[in-house]
Design a protein around this ligand. Structure first.
Ligand code: ZN
Length: 197
């Protein structure tokens, strides 16, 4: 495995490219890779001739950053309904052209690969000051609960039941509720309002 410590823009003459400074977990050496190659990199090279059976679970923040942008700003994302549709967005500093670099600089590396990006104020945006690395156990609680939900249009998210409905293919956020029943009733009322049944 490797850990990404930081990323930076490297000037290659005609263009800039994102590079990552990594630490090899086999021999502890520090090395650099083009950021786009990080997910394929398993070691600094010291393991080249050995059979690798380790999954690459590193501090690669690329995918964390990417999915954060997608669930807030892409209606195609399955999670959009819980984020973008609720008005949650990624700040310009993190969503802009140097967003990945700024995000990596502001958040710092994960101390453990299993940590997930968490917002301190659940109704706040993804921005410096409102984000931290949190243990996945918080999320698995959410997942456990969502497995039991039977009502259509209802999700369990961050301790609350969230309802949403699709209109012309776009998810419409209805609200967050304490109980599944309340969320389901809100969904049914909204469905009647929109579709008449
Ligand atoms: Zn190595």
């Amino acid at each position: 495995m490797i850990a990404v410590y930081k990323t930076y823009l490297k000037n290659l003459g005609d263009r800039n490219r994102t590079y990552a400074v990594c630490r090899c977990s086999f021999c502890s050496s520090i090395f650099e890779r083009s950021y786009s190659d990080v997910s394929k990199t398993k070691s600094c090279g010291c393991q080249k001739n050995k059979i690798m059976d380790t999954r690459v679970t590193d501090n690669n923040l690329y995918s964390t950053h990417r999915s954060m942008i997608n669930r807030c700003h892409s209606k195609k994302s399955n999670n959009y309904v819980n984020y973008g549709a609720r008005g949650i967005s990624v700040c310009d500093r993190w969503a802009g052209p140097d967003g990945l670099e700024n995000f990596t600089r502001d958040m710092g590396p994960k101390s453990e690969a299993s940590l997930t990006l968490d917002r301190i104020n659940n109704d706040g945006n993804y921005e410096p000051g409102n984000c931290r690395w949190a243990a996945r156990s918080i999320q698995s609680v959410n997942k456990r609960s969502s497995g039991k939900i039977k009502s259509k249009g209802v999700w369990f998210r961050s301790g609350k039941f969230v309802s949403s409905i699709k209109l012309n293919g776009n998810p419409i956020y209805i609200g967050r509720f304490k109980t599944e029943r309340e969320a389901s009733n809100a969904y049914l009322a909204k469905r009647k309002e929109i579709y008449g049944f």
